[in-house]
Design a protein around this ligand. Structure first.
Ligand code: NAP
Length: 485
C-alpha cells in the first residue's frame, strides 16, 4: 500500500454542480496556491452538460475568482487549469466508464500518478451506489499497487436502514479505510481546535465534567432560509440535514474522553463512545425534550408543499449517560431564518456556593466559555469582575475574547481545503467512521419515528426570531436560558 504517495487523479462525479464550483475547485486552487497540491496531479470532472474542456475551464476560473480566498495568480491558475479535464457522460450507462478507465490510464502516463485515485461523489445520494458499483465493474478499484479512495458527500442515507444499505454497497467495493464520509464541519478550523482547547489547557481540562459544568448549549443558526434547495430540504428537514451530522459531531467533540493518542482510530473510538452514551428517546421523551419549528413563509418557497410538515428548526435536550456527564443537559438548537448567522458551543459553569459574593450580590451571571465556530472563529470567556470605582462594590460580567479570524491579515483555510488534502494523504481523522454514522442515525431515527404520525402546527415562528416559543420553554422549565452571546 502506497500510503504516503499523494500523487493522484481526482475524479469528480458531478463536476458541473454547485458543490464542485463553489467549494471543490476553489479549494483545489487554494491548495495549489499554497504549494500543497501534489506535483503529480490532475482532475477529471464528469457531468452531462454539453461543453468543451475550454468552456469548462473558463467556468471553473469564474468560480475560483468568486469563491477562492486567494486572488488569481496567473501562473498558479495556468498550471492548475491545464490539469483540469471535462468528460461528459451519464453515470447510469457503462460506456462512459469504459472511456473513463482508458482516459485515466493515459493521464497516469502523463502525470505519473501511478493509478492513485480520489473518486469524489459530488452527486445526489441516489447515484452513490450506482457509481461505486460501476467503478468496480470497470476495474477502476484494485488497491494493490496503488490506492483508490471514495469521498461521499452528506447525506449518508436518510435513516439507519438506508444508510446501512448504502454502506454495504460502498464497503463491498472500498474498504472502510478507503471510504471518506464527508461532514465538512469537521474541516472547520475551530472544530479541530476543540480538542486542543480541552486537552492542552490546564484551565479547562480539570473542570470539563459534571462537577463544574451546569449545561452545554450547541447552536447553529442561519439568517437565510432554504434558498433554492426546496427539493432536497423537503425530504431532509433540519433534523436530518443538521442534527444527524454536524450537531452530533459538535457534541461528540465537546463530550468525548481524551483519546489514548492522536491517531485516527483512537479519536474516532472516543467519539463513538459518546454517541453510544446518548439516551435514545421514547415517543414520550421526544414530546418532552424535542421542539420542531417551521418559519412562516417556508410553505411558499419553490418546490415546497403548501402543507409541508418539514421542520426548519429543531431544539432538543439530551443527556450523555456516562460518569463524566451524568445530570448535565446538552441543549442543541439549529434553525433557518434566525436573527443571526452563528455556530457556537456555550459551556455554562455551575455557580460557586451561595456564600460571600453570591450571598451579597444574588444575581451574578454564571461563567461561560463560548467556542465560536463560524462565521467568527474564536473563544470567549465570560467571568465576574468589579466595576472600577471607589463607591460600593458593583460586580459585572467581563469577557476575555480571542478572535482568530478578526484580523484582516487572517485568512482561515476553507474546510474543503483541509479535507481534500487529507483524502490525498490518506488521513481520515476528520471524516466520519461508519459506526459514528450508525449511532447518529439511531438517535435521530427515534425522533423522526415519534414525529411521523403527528401533524405539527406549522408555521410556528416568524423569520428573524429564535424559533418557536417552546424552544425557550425547554430551558426555562429547567431554570435556564439560551445564551445568545
Ligand atoms: N452544494 C452544496 O453546498 C452541498 C453542501 C453539502 C452537501 N452537498 C451534497 O453534494 C452533492 C452534490 O450537490 P450539488 O449541490 O453540487 O448538486 P447539483 O448542483 O445538483 O449537481 C449535481 C451534479 O451531478 C451531475 N449529474 C446528475 N445526474 C447525473 C447523471 N445521471 N449523469 C451524470 N451526471 C449527473 C450534474 O451534472 P449535469 O448538471 O451536467 O447533468 C451535476 O454536475 C449532493 O449529495 C449534496 O447533498 C452539497
Amino acid at each position: 500500500m502506497v500510503k504516503n504517495n499523494i500523487s493522484n487523479i481526482m475524479v469528480i462525479f458531478g463536476g458541473t454542480g454547485d458543490l464542485t464550483h463553489r467549494k471543490l475547485m476553489p479549494a483545489l486552487y487554494n491548495l495549489k496556491y499554497q504549494k500543497i497540491l501534489p506535483e503529480n496531479f490532475a482532475v477529471v470532472s464528469i457531468g452531462r452538460r454539453d461543453k468543451t474542456e475550454e468552456q469548462y475551464r473558463k467556468e471553473v476560473l469564474e468560480s475560483v475568482k468568486n469563491y477562492s480566498r486567494f486572488d488569481i495568480d496567473e501562473k498558479v491558475w495556468q498550471d492548475l487549469s491545464e490539469r483540469i479535464y471535462y468528460k461528459r457522460f451519464d453515470f447510469v450507462y457503462d460506456n462512459g466508464y469504459m472511456e473513463l478507465s482508458s482516459f485515466l490510464k493515459e493521464l497516469d502516463e502523463k502525470y505519473n500518478t501511478k493509478g492513485n485515485r480520489v473518486y469524489y461523489l459530488a452527486v445526489a445520494p441516489e447515484y452513490f451506489g450506482i457509481i461505486v458499483e460501476k467503478l468496480y465493474r470497470h476495474g477502476m478499484v484494485n488497491n494493490e499497487t496503488s490506492w483508490q479512495r471514495v469521498v461521499i458527500e452528506k447525506p449518508f442515507g436518510e435513516d439507519l436502514e438506508s444508510a446501512r444499505k448504502l454502506n454495504k454497497i460502498i464497503t463491498d467495493v472500498f474498504t472502510e479505510r478507503n471510504t471518506y464520509r464527508i461532514d465538512h464541519y469537521l474541516g472547520k478550523e475551530m472544530l479541530q481546535n476543540i480538542m486542543i482547547i480541552r486537552f492542552a489547557n490546564v484551565f479547562f481540562e480539570p473542570v470539563w465534567n459534571r462537577r463544574y459544568i451546569d449545561n452545554v448549549q450547541i447552536s447553529s443558526n442561519e439568517i437565510v432560509g432554504i434558498e433554492n434547495r426546496g427539493g432536497y430540504y423537503e425530504k431532509a428537514g433540519a433534523l436530518r440535514d443538521m442534527v444527524q451530522n454536524h450537531m452530533l459531531q459538535l457534541l461528540t467533540l465537546t463530550a468525548m474522553e481524551p483519546p489514548v493518542n492522536l491517531d485516527t482510530e483512537s479519536i474516532r473510538d472516543e467519539k463513538v463512545k459518546v454517541l453510544k452514551s446518548l439516551e435514545i428517546f421514547t415517543p414520550e421523551a421526544v414530546e418532552k425534550n424535542v421542539v420542531r419549528g417551521q418559519y412562516a413563509g417556508y410553505r411558499q418557497e419553490d418546490k415546497v408543499s403548501p402543507t409541508s410538515s418539514t421542520e426548519t428548526f429543531v431544539a432538543l435536550k439530551v443527556h450523555v449517560e456516562n460518569f463524566r456527564w451524568a445530570g448535565v443537559p446538552f441543549y442543541i438548537r439549529t434553525g433557518k431564518r434566525m436573527p443571526e448567522k452563528s455556530t457556537q458551543i456555550v459551556i455554562q459553569f455551575k455557580p460557586l456556593p451561595g456564600i460571600l459574593y453570591f450571598k451579597e450580590y444574588k444575581n451574578l451571571l454564571p461563567n461561560l466559555l463560548v467556542i465560536k465556530i463560524q462565521p467568527e472563529e474564536g473563544v470567549k470567556l465570560q467571568f465576574n469582575a468589579k466595576v472600577p470605582g471607589a463607591g460600593d462594590i458593583t460586580i459585572q460580567p467581563v469577557n476575555m475574547d480571542f478572535c482568530q479570524n478578526c484580523q484582516i491579515s487572517n485568512n482561515s483555510p476553507e474546510a474543503y481545503e483541509r479535507l481534500l488534502y487529507d483524502v490525498m494523504r490518506g488521513d481520515s481523522t476528520l471524516f466520519t467512521r461508519w459506526d459514528e454514522v450508525e449511532y447518529s442515525w439511531k438517535f435521530v431515527d427515534a425522533i423522526a419515528e415519534a414525529w411521523k404520525d403527528k401533524t405539527p402546527d406549522f408555521p410556528n415562528y416568524q423569520p428573524g426570531t429564535w424559533g418557536p416559543k417552546e424552544a425557550n420553554e425547554l430551558l426555562l422549565r429547567d431554570n435556564r436560558m439560551w445564551w445568545n452571546v
